[in-house]
Design a protein around this ligand. Sequence first.
Ligand code: SF4
Ligand code: SF4
Length: 373
Amino acid sequence: MRKIPKKRFLDVAGMILRNKMAKEAIYPFYCSFKLTRRCNFTCSFCNCWHVKNKWTDMPTEDVKAVLDNLARSSVIVCSFEGGDPLVRDDILELLKYQYEKPWYLLFTTSERDMQQRYPMAEYGKYIDFLHISIDEGHKNLDMYDELEEYTKWGSIVTVQIVVTKNDIGALEQKIKRCQDAGVKAVVMCAVHLKNTKDHLPDLWSMSRVGMEMKRKYPGVIISPDGYFDRITWDHGCDSSSIIVDADGFLWYPCRVLEEKTINLIDSDLMTYLESDDARERRGRMAACDIQCAWYQYYATQSFVNPRELLSAWMPYYRDLLNKGKQPVFAAPAMRPVDPQAMIHAQILQETAMKGISSLDGLVELPTMESPGR
Ligand code: SF4
Ligand code: SF4
C-alpha cells in the first residue's frame, strides 16, 4: 500500500471540519471515476453498457487532466471504474500516473480470466484495493473458485457483491467463501437506474441481513454499519462522494438523478463545489425521497464520521497491521508458541469480534513525512 504525506491527511481533516461546520458535505472524500463505458458484461441492473458499441473513450491526456483536477481537491480515495477499466489499452500508463497522486486507489473489475489476459501482478503494484464484482447479476459466480489466485497480485482484495431482491438469501455462502479465502467483501444493493430492470432488494431485509452477516463474520464485510442503517432512512444519502463519468463530466448531486454539471477536464472541481449551483443541488439531494440505496452515497460518510470511524475501518485493521499486505489465509493452522505472538493473536481476535475499545488501540494509517519546503 502506498504512503501518503501526513500533510495530506491534515488538509483532508480540515475539510471534514469545514463540512461539519457548514452542516453539509461540500467537500467529497471519495471519487468514482468511470474510465470507460465499455464492458464485456451486460448486467441487467446497469445501463452503462447500453452505449458501448458507440462509445469512444476519452484520450489519455484528458483522463490525466481529470486526475490532476481530482488530486487538487479533497478526494483521498479515488476509484477507477467503468464499464471495465481493464479494457482501456492505456490502463498501465494511467495506473502509473495516478500512483503519484495523494490518495488510495481502488480498482473495480469483473473481467474473467484476468490472470491470463492481463499483467495483473504489474497492475497490482499501483492498486491499493482491488475490487472484483462477483454475483448472480454479473453471471460470474464461478469466479469465487479463483479468489486465492487474486490475492497473489499485491493489492488488498475485496469481492464486490451486488444484492438483488432475489439474492439476499444467497449472501451468506458468498461471505463465508470470502472469509475462507482471506479476502474482504463489500455488500451493496442493486440500484434501480433509468432503463434497467428494478432489482432493488427490500431495504429493511437487506439492512437486517447485512448487519447479521457483519456480526457472524467479523472483519470480512467492509460496508460500514452506517450503510445498512441509512438505507432505511427517508434521507440517508449525502455528497461526501462524487462520480465522474467516462466523458469527464461530473454527475452532481448523484449518478441516479443523471444530471451532469461541469467537465473536470477543464473546470476546477473545488471552485464548482463552492458555487451556488452546487449548493442548490446538494439542497435537492437532502430533500430527495427516492431512497435509491446507492452504496457510495449512503456509505462514505461513515468513513469520516468520528462516531462511526472504528466500525468503518475495523475490517482493514489486520491488513494495516500487516503493512497493507493481503493476508493469504484467514487463521493460522497451528497455535502460535511465542507468548508475544499469542497475545497479539488474541488481541486481533478480540478486536475483530468486539471492535477496538479505547482510543489507544487506534491504528495509524501508513504515512510519510512531507518533503521540506
Ligand atoms: S460489469 Fe459492471 S459496468 Fe459492466 S455491465 Fe455489469 S455492472 Fe455494468
Ligand atoms: S436518494 Fe436521491 S439524491 Fe440520494 S443518491 Fe439516491 S437518487 Fe440521488
